[in-house]
Design a binder for this molecule. Structure first.
Ligand code: TYD
Length: 220
C-alpha cells in the first residue's frame, strides 16, 4: 500500500504546528506509521539553511531567499520525503512548496512562472496528496505570534514582516485553495485548539479512507 503526503500551511501564528503534532499522535494511536517533518529544516542540511533563513541579523536578498528555500526542499524531497512516502508512511510536513508560492510569490512578488519553475526543480514534481491551510485573520495571527514571543521564542526574520505582507500571503493561500479544491482544504483556525483538531479529523479521516489507508495490522 502506498503512503500519503499531507502538508500543513498558513500564515505565521495560525497554529499549524500544534495541529500537526495533535494529528500525528492521533494517527499513531490509530496504528498508522507516521513521519513528521518540516520546511525549512527537515534534514540536517535543512536545519543549517533554516538558521540562515530565519536569522533576523542576516540580510537575505529575495532571490537568494527563494533559492535557499528551494535548496532546503530539494534535500528534503530526495533524502526524506520520497523515501518515507514510498515506504508506506503517512508523512506530515509543516510547510512545503505552497509556502514558496505564498511567501516568495505573493509576499515577495516573484512571477508565477518563476515560482513554478523553481518549485518544479526542487520537488521534481512531488505534490502533496492533501494540503491543509489553517486560516485566521492576519491581526489575530500577529497577536498570537506576539504572545508566543513574549513567552518562549524570538521573532524570526519572516515573522517580522508587516501586516500587508502577511495579508498578501493569506490571500495567496486562499487563492490556491480555490484553484485546487480537491487537494487544498481551508480549515478555520479561529476556535480553540481542540475545535480546530476536530475540523482536521473531519477532513483527514475520509481522505485516508479514500486512499485506503487503514492502519497496518500489527503482528505479535
Ligand atoms: P515556520 O517553521 O512555519 O515558522 P514558525 O516556526 O514561526 O511557525 O516557517 C518559517 C518561516 O519560513 C515562515 O515565516 C514561512 C517561511 N517560508 C517561506 O517564506 N517560504 C517557504 O518556502 C517556506 C517553506 C517557509
Amino acid at each position: 500500500m502506498g503512503g500519503a503526503f499531507i502538508t500543513f500551511e498558513g500564515i505565521d501564528g495560525c497554529g499549524k504546528s500544534t495541529q500537526l503534532r495533535l494529528l500525528a499522535s492521533e494517527l499513531r494511536m490509530r496504528g498508522h506509521e507516521v513521519v513528521s517533518t518540516r520546511e525549512p529544516g527537515g534534514t540536517p542540511l535543512g536545519q543549517r539553511i533554516r538558521n540562515i533563513l530565519l536569522d533576523p541579523q542576516i540580510e537575505v536578498d529575495p532571490l537568494a531567499e527563494l533559492l535557499l528555500f528551494a535548496a532546503d526542499r530539494a534535500q528534503h524531497v530526495r533524502t526524506l520525503l520520497r523515501p518515507a512516502i514510498e515506504s508506506g508512511n503517512i508523512v506530515l510536513s509543516d510547510r512545503y512548496a505552497d509556502a514558496t508560492a505564498a511567501y516568495q510569490g505573493a509576499g515577495r512578488s516573484f512571477t508565477t512562472e518563476m515560482i513554478a519553475e523553481v518549485i518544479h526543480l526542487a520537488t521534481s514534481g512531488l505534490k502533496p496528496d492533501l494540503t491543509l491551510i489553517f486560516d485566521l485573520p492576519v491581526a489575530e495571527c500577529l497577536a498570537r505570534t506576539r504572545r508566543r514571543t513574549e513567552t518562549d521564542r524570538q521573532t524570526d526574520r519572516l515573522d517580522a514582516e508587516d501586516a500587508a505582507f502577511h495579508a498578501r500571503v493569506r490571500d495567496a493561500y486562499l487563492k490556491l485553495a480555490a484553484q485546487e479544491p480537491d487537494r487544498v482544504r481551508v480549515i478555520s483556525a479561529c476556535g480553540s485548539i481542540n475545535e480546530t483538531h476536530d475540523r482536521v479529523l473531519e477532513v483527514v479521516t475520509p481522505f485516508l479512507k479514500s486512499k485506503d489507508q487503514s492502519p497496518k495490522s500489527k503482528v505479535g
